[in-house]
Design a protein around this ligand. Structure first.
Ligand code: BTN
Length: 331
C-alpha cells in the first residue's frame, strides 16, 4: 500500500472519519501498517483528527511545490528562474551559499519543504515543518558597497509585506528592521548573509521564511504567542506557489528600482508599512539598552530614535521590543 492510496481513500470520504477496520479492509493491510502510514503522512505535513471510536479524519493536505508549476506561475525575468526544490535540508541558506560560491547567477533560488536546522537572526532557530511554509534562499549579486547590505534587508521586507498584504488582505506591518507582524505576532522572517571582497559585496544569500499553513500545534510552546501563520491569522490556507510567484515579482521590481535610483524610495515605502514608528520601545543594542521613540530611517537603513531627553540617536543593529504601552506590556 502506498501513502497515496491511503490519502485517496480519505479524499473519497471528505470531512468524514474513516475507521481503522474500513481502511485495513479496503487496502488489504494490517491496522498497524495503516497507523504507520498515518504517522508518515503527519511527518509530511498532513493533519488528521483521531478518534478511538471513529478512526481518522483528514483535516489538511499540504500542497506540493514543483519547479515546472512554479516556473509557469513566475512573472519575473531573473528571480527564481533557476530553482532547486529540495525535500528535507538543514538550511536553505547553506545550499544557496554553496551555489553562490560555485558561481550561479543572480536570482538562483533554493526552496525546501522542510528545514531541520533553519536559522534566524541573533543565532535563533527557525521553525520550518514539512510542507507548511515557504523556506527559501536566493542569491543576489548587487554591485553596491558592503554598507548597503542592510538596505537590501529592508527592501526584502517591503516587498514581502506588500505582496502578502495584496494576496491575503491581512493587516501586516513591518517591525524594524525586517519582521513582518500581524496582530503583534511574527508571520515571517528575513535573514541576509553576505560575502564581501575589497569593500564590495561578492554575493548575498537572502533567506526568507514565511509561515503559511502552519497550525498552532506546529509551534513549540516557547514560540506560541510570539509567532503566527497566515492560516492561523486568516482562518484559511494558501497556495504556496502563488505566494512565491507574487512575492518574487514584487521583490524583483523593487530591487531593480533600488539599483537604478538608490534607497530613498524604498525607505519611504518601508516607513509607510512600519508598525514600529511613533511608539515608545526598548531597543537592546550591542552597546546596551535604549528607550525611545523610533522616528524614521536614515539613508543607510539605520533607525533614528528620539530619547526621553530629546536627543536623536541612530541605531544600526538592535533587537526592538514591543511598544511599551502595548497590551502585552500592560498585562
Ligand atoms: C529571523 O526573523 O530571525 C529570520 C528568519 C529567516 C528564516 C529563513 S527560512 C529560509 C532561510 N533558511 C534559514 O535557515 N533561514 C532563512
Amino acid at each position: 500500500m502506498s501513502n497515496e492510496t491511503l490519502v485517496q481513500l480519505f479524499r473519497d470520504h471528505p470531512g468524514q472519519f474513516v475507521s481503522g477496520a474500513k481502511m485495513s479492509e479496503a487496502l488489504n493491510v494490517s491496522r498497524t501498517a495503516i497507523w504507520k502510514s498515518i504517522k508518515k503522512l503527519e511527518a509530511a505535513g498532513y493533519e488528521f483528527e483521531a478518534s478511538t471510536k471513529l478512526g481518522y479524519k483528514l483535516l489538511f493536505e499540504p500542497d506540493k511545490l514543483d519547479s515546472n508549476v512554479l516556473d509557469s506561475a513566475l512573472k519575473t525575468s531573473r528571480f527564481g528562474r533557476l530553482v532547486t526544490i529540495a525535500g528535507e535540508v538543514p538550511s536553505t541558506q547553506d545550499l544557496a551559499r554553496k551555489a553562490a560560491e560555485d558561481g550561479v547567477s543572480e536570482g538562483m533560488l533554493v526552496i525546501a519543504e522542510q528545514q531541520v536546522s533553519g536559522r534566524g537572526r541573533m543565532g535563533r532557530s527557525w521553525v520550518s515543518p514539512y510542507g507548511k511554509g515557504i523556506w527559501m534562499s536566493m542569491v543576489l549579486r548587487p554591485s553596491v558597497p558592503i554598507h548597503c547590505a542592510p538596505q537590501l534587508t529592508l527592501l526584502a521586507a517591503v516587498a514581502l509585506c506588500r505582496s502578502l498584504r495584496r494576496v491575503t488582505r491581512l493587516p501586516i506591518g513591518i517591525k524594524w528592521p525586517n519582521d513582518l507582524l500581524v496582530d503583534g505576532r511574527k508571520i515571517s522572517g528575513i535573514l541576509l548573509e553576505s560575502a564581501a571582497e575589497d569593500e564590495r559585496l561578492k554575493y548575498i544569500v537572502a533567506g526568507i521564511g514565511i509561515s503559511v499553513n502552519l497550525a498552532e500545534g506546529d509551534y513549540p510552546e516557547e514560540v506560541l504567542g510570539k509567532a503566527t501563520s497566515l492560516r492561523v491569522a486568516s482562518g484559511r490556507t494558501y497556495d504556496r506557489t502563488e505566494l512565491i510567484a507574487d512575492f518574487l515579482a514584487e521583490w524583483e521590481q523593487l530591487y531593480d528600482l533600488f539599483l537604478q535610483e538608490g534607497f530613498r524610495s524604498i525607505a519611504s515605502l518601508w516607513e509607510s508599512l512600519a508598525v514600529s514608528l511613533g511608539k515608545q520601545v526598548k531597543l537592546v543594542t550591542p552597546q546596551g539598552e535604549i528607550t525611545g521613540i523610533p522616528e524614521s530611517l536614515d539613508e543607510s537603513g539605520a533607525i533614528r530614535v528620539r530619547r526621553e531627553d530629546g536627543t536623536l540617536v541612530t541605531i544600526f543593529s538592535a533587537e526592538m521590543g514591543e511598544p511599551l504601552d502595548s497590551p502585552v506590556n500592560r498585562a
